[in-house]
Write a protein that binds this ligand. Structure first.
Ligand code: BF8
Length: 622
């Protein structure tokens, strides 16, 4: 493929040309080198879970239709998919655990670096979950809330996650009937590992149902806990302006990029970078100041709460370093390509890892904990200033012109814009001004032209009066396309346009990072409760147009299991099993009231989503 087929953006194309000229290998080169992929793996028909194997299943060959243990194609695919979802759920939830640990440390007075920023939200959430907050100090409430979440990670109170109280009762009854109401965050992940060991759960459908339960322990557990505590500790986002693309890097500043997912490190780093002592130190080193910009989900966290500019999404991470202007990349965990260390070594860029669970060979490791975070952040900012003095300005090429965007649409902010209740939104939906809502979320995948499906799907949907919410790497795509600005209302259908213009909001609302997809399912539950219906009755859908990761599979699975029709731009590795594929692409509708659809063409995908939205509107009598 030529450069024009790899990405739709000028900033990415310019850096791809620079990478080529400088002999730097990128993710696209490695994809080409790895193509064609193994057909067995691609269809989920390999099994490496024991040493009687590894096995490759050929359903059409009588002698090879079963692995050594006797597992057929359906069971092999289901086991692989179950573990795939479990890994995704584990990732979000382990991130959430770090926030629980931080909240507990605040409650116990074990940290002074982290504090409660949004005490109102702390009390509101604690009260919602049955904690008596009257007459108690924030610290005491924080300790009790953290304790409740610790129980949710293990056994759950009454073997049910606390946030299941947010669900419409029909949904919870359905999950109870199916036996998929999540009990404990860690419990469901561990049980999936157990079930998929040889000789435990040997029924494909049963494993798929547990995949649903596992994913629900992420959406209504680990991710939701991560989001709510992040708001409590770092502040609940409210609407504001920011900028996106590689043009956010500054030639005359110390450029620090934060990459990964957890706000625990990046928020502290930002505090140090904004400290006048270090700004002065940067000036003494010949810079105009310190510029912090974000990548991927940690970028989304800082963008939502602090208006920190976003340099790009997953496929931009390598290309940011190719600008030659990045003095330091600081990472925590998830979605950090190990190739970044190698590329950083081709420049003066310092690559710093910070988490004891995410080491990178060749990186400088500065470990952050809740006890030492500010001290370590200060140390890292000093290192970045030092790195700036080694920058070769003749190798710097920063693409021009960042795009402006609006961000910060937490559910609290959305409700605030609506006057405190979801009623105006429900009225707009009833009147057909807003025909429905779709969450466009997830990654980039180098198999698809970068951001093309994200952008064109969103444009098609808003044209059809469908409000779009976005998170994660979709944010950068839609922001670069200008769709996160109120002016983009001009590209929407007449109904959505009038709603956006009267509220002064864009037709695509940025609601956060990937764990913040919990905000979207919570909003769906709120709408369903207000209407007295189940989530599966709502004219809503989800889409991960360019997904790549296990986490995205967990998100898609919990969306479907919550009753939300979900589009994927690429299929998961399940096509080797008719049973699992048919369940995913239709059968689940009879079980949980929603299913997956796979379509790489954005216009066709929009048509499919539109059909679902229309059918739900008709069923609701709208
Ligand atoms: O959790 S969207 S590439 S950065 S997995 Fe990763 Fe995908 Fe980006 Fe955030 Ni989500």
């Amino acid at each position: 493929r030529g450069i024009d087929d790899l990405t739709m953006w000028d900033d990415a194309k310019a850096m791809l040309r620079k990478a080529e000229a400088e002999g730097i290998e990128t993710v696209w080169d490695r994809l080409e080198n790895q193509t064609p992929h193994c057909k067995f793996c691609e269809s989920g028909l390999t099994c490496q879970k024991c040493v009687m194997g590894p096995c490759r299943i050929i359903p059409t060959n009588e002698k090879k239709a079963r692995g050594v243990c006797g597992a057929d194609a359906d069971l092999t695919v289901a086991r692989n998919f179950g573990r795939f979802v479990a890994a995704g759920a584990a990732s979000h939830s382990d991130h959430g655990r770090d926030l629980v640990e931080t909240l507990a440390a605040i409650g116990a007075g074990e940290t002074t670096d982290y504090v409660i920023k949004d005490g109102d939200k702390l009390r509101r959430i604690a009260g919602e979950l049955g904690i008596d907050v009257d007459g108690k100090e924030d610290k005491a409430v924080a300790a009790e809330l953290a304790d409740l979440f610790v129980r949710d990670y293990g056994f759950g109170a009454n073997k049910k996650l606390a946030f299941l109280s947010r669900l419409p009762k029909q949904r919870l009854e359905l999950w109870d009937k199916l036996g998929i109401a999540p009990r404990g965050v860690d419990w469901e992940v561990v049980e999936m590992m157990h079930r998929t060991h040889m000789g435990v759960d040997c029924d494909a459908v049963s494993i798929c149902l547990h995949a649903a339960r596992t994913s629900l322990s992420d959406g209504w557990g680990g991710s939701m806990i991560a989001t709510e505590i992040s708001d409590i500790v770092f502040g609940t986002p409210s609407p504001g302006k920011a900028e996106v693309n590689l043009g956010v890097l500054k030639q005359d500043h110390v450029n620090i990029l934060v990459h990964g997912h957890s706000p625990i490190v990046s928020e502290m780093l930002l505090a140090s970078a904004r400290d006048p002592r270090f700004i002065q130190a940067a000036k003494s080193a010949g810079a105009e100041g310190i510029n912090v910009a974000g990548l991927c989900c940690t970028g989304n966290e800082l963008l939502m709460r602090q208006g920190v500019p976003l340099a790009g999404n997953h496929l931009m991470t390598e290309l940011t370093i190719v600008t030659g202007a990045v003095d330091m990349m600081v990472v925590d965990y998830q979605c950090i390509m190990p190739s970044l260390v190698t590329i950083a070594q081709c420049y003066h860029t310092k690559f710093v890892s910070t988490s004891n669970k995410a080491h990178f060979t060749g990186a400088e490791h500065v470990e952050f904990t809740y006890r030492n975070a500010r001290e370590k952040a200060d140390q890292v900012v000093r290192m970045a200033i030092e790195a700036f003095t080694e920058r070769d300005q003749s190798r710097v090429q920063i693409p021009e012109g960042p795009m402006s965007m609006m961000t910060g649409f937490s559910n609290e902010a959305i409700l605030g814009a609506l006057g405190g209740t979801p009623d105006p939104l429900i009225e707009a939906i009833k009147a057909g001004k807003v025909r429905g809502a779709v969450g466009i979320v997830g990654c980039n995948n180098p198999k698809l032209k970068q951001d093309y499906v994200h952008v064109n799907l969103a444009k098609e949907l808003i044209k059809r009066d469908v409000l779009v919410l976005c998170t994660g790497c979709a944010t950068s795509a839609l922001g670069k396309a200008g769709l996160l600005m109120p002016e983009a209302a001009a590209e929407a259908g007449a109904g959505l346009r009038s709603v956006c213009e009267s509220l002064g909001i864009p037709p695509v609302l940025h609601v956060g990072s990937c764990v913040d997809n919990a905000r979207i399912i919570q909003l769906c539950a709120m709408l369903a409760n207000a209407l007295g219906v189940d989530i599966s009755d709502l004219p809503v859908a989800a889409s991960a147009p360019e997904w790549y990761s296990e986490k995205a599979a967990a998100i898609g699975m919990y969306a479907v299991a919550s009753g939300i029709y979900t589009h994927l731009g690429l299929p998961p590795n399940i096509t080797g099993s008719d049973t699992v594929t048919q369940l995913a692409l239709g059968g689940l509708n009879d079980v949980v009231g929603a299913h997956f659809v796979v379509e790489s063409d954005p216009v066709k995908a929009a048509e499919l989503i539109d059909l679902r939205i229309q059918s739900k509107r008709v069923a609701l009598g709208l």
